[in-house]
Design a binder for this molecule. Structure first.
Ligand SMILES: [Fe+2]
Ligand SMILES: [Fe+2]
Length: 395
């Protein structure tokens, strides 16, 4: 059952007991750092700075039965030979500087000039989508945190030597290059308002995310399988569009990032494939559960200090440009259902069979809904985006 916690919107600091989230002065008592619990002053006023701009769900916690933790302990050796092999050696990895003007070379200024020339041909709506994708990548601390909420696989020390923890750290390290590269490219392009972009990133990391994965690695790895494929698709599409707009360098950048996402998708979906083999009933129930709740996008709590519906607006532009669409959502599910052979699962409980039917019927249902929504929503409107100096873009 979905319990909802209404966390109020951002421009909230002036009513908070803790303006700026740190000290407070005036008539309030000052609490020492050693005080474990915040004072229960101003009851009924839930507004706090650094809370998400939208309502988030009150999470069900630790929904994986404790005995199933052993599955993950016992898979440590399997993960070493089946999951860690999808990581790339740092020495053989690309780095953002491979794709950027070299500031130590004499040709630097010329290279920057060329980059800016190429970017002049690219329309505003493309930049809105690329910026949204970049901010999504920049909120990486949130995703590493999310994976480390998962029971049985979290990095217990920060330098744990389990395969799960090694994977999560190295995955994060690989992902870290994505936001870094896009950020530097966008900065050099001169086409976007970096301060507004940076504010959005700060707000987003401060807000976190609400994927409803319940500390449960079944749910968590279904989520990451889905998300890696979603980012593979969207970076692939920004690559295609950059090429159409004549910026081959940017196309190469987005394509290179997309290839990483694909490799990560392979690893995460292999984990779920293994869980289907060991525990088909539990895994199909987890998949149905995630799909009922819907896979939220990692940056769904995005805010720039101005637009209360920034994520919806960014998503609408991504949909219109065909970078990431409702059809992609249905395609991803269909792909994963096929990848995991969900239709052919046997020996399921009654509940498991129901979950199987539900999941297998979903892609077709999504498509029908999407067709109907597309037929309805035809009136064009545009909104200003602070990321591009408040210029208006069609939704
Ligand atoms: Fe990424
Ligand atoms: Fe990724």
């Amino acid at each position: 059952m979905a319990l909802k916690l209404n966390v109020l919107s951002f421009p909230a600091a002036k009513h908070s007991a803790f303006p700026n989230g740190s000290q407070h002065r005036g008539s309030h008592r000052v609490f020492m750092a050693s005080t474990l619990h915040p004072p229960s002053v101003e009851v009924g006023n839930a507004k706090k700075p650094f809370t998400p701009p939208k309502e988030v769900h009150l999470q069900v916690t630790h929904s994986m039965p404790p005995e199933k933790r052993e599955i993950f302990d016992s898979l440590n050796g399997w993960a070493e030979s089946n999951i860690l092999v999808h990581l790339k050696d740092v020495e053989k990895s690309w780095q953002p500087s491979d794709f950027l003007p070299d500031p130590a070379s004499d040709g630097f200024e010329e290279q920057v000039k060329d980059l800016r020339e190429r970017c002049k041909e690219i329309p505003d709506d493309y930049f809105v989508v690329l910026v949204g994708d970049m901010i999504t990548e920049e909120a990486l601390p949130t995703y590493q945190t999310m994976i480390n909420t998962l029971d049985g696989v979290r990095d217990e020390t920060g330098a744990s030597l389990t395969s799960w923890a090694i994977w999560t750290r190295a995955w994060t390290a690989e992902e870290n290059r994505h936001g870094d590269l896009l950020n530097k490219y966008l900065y050099l392009s001169g086409r976007v308002d970096m301060k507004q972009i940076e504010k959005t990133t700060q707000y987003l990391i401060g807000s976190g995310m609400d994927p409803r994965t319940e500390n449960n690695p079944y749910l968590g790895f279904i989520y990451t399988s889905f998300q890696e494929r979603a980012t593979f698709i969207s970076h692939g599409n920004t690559a295609r569009l950059a090429k159409e707009h004549g910026d081959m360098k940017l196309a190469q950048i987005c394509g290179t990032i997309a290839a990483d996402e694909k490799r990560h998708e392979t690893a995460y979906s292999k984990i779920i494939e293994k869980l289907f083999e060991i525990d088909p009933d539990g895994t199909v129930l987890a998949l149905a559960d995630m799909m009922r709740k819907k896979i939220s996008m990692p940056a769904h709590l995005m805010y720039d200090g101005r637009d209360e519906n920034l994520f919806e607006h960014f998503s609408a532009v991504a949909q219109r440009l065909g970078v990431y669409t409702a059809r992609d959502y249905a395609d991803i599910l269909e792909f994963l259902v096929g990848r995991w052979n969900v239709e052919k699962l046997t020996g399921l409980s009654g509940e498991g069979r129901k979950a199987q039917d539900y999941v297998c019927g979903l892609p077709a249902r999504f498509r029908k809904l999407e067709e109907r929504a597309a037929a309805k929503a035809k009136q064009a409107s545009s909104v200003p985006f602070s990321w591009i100096f408040n210029r208006e873009v069609m939704l």
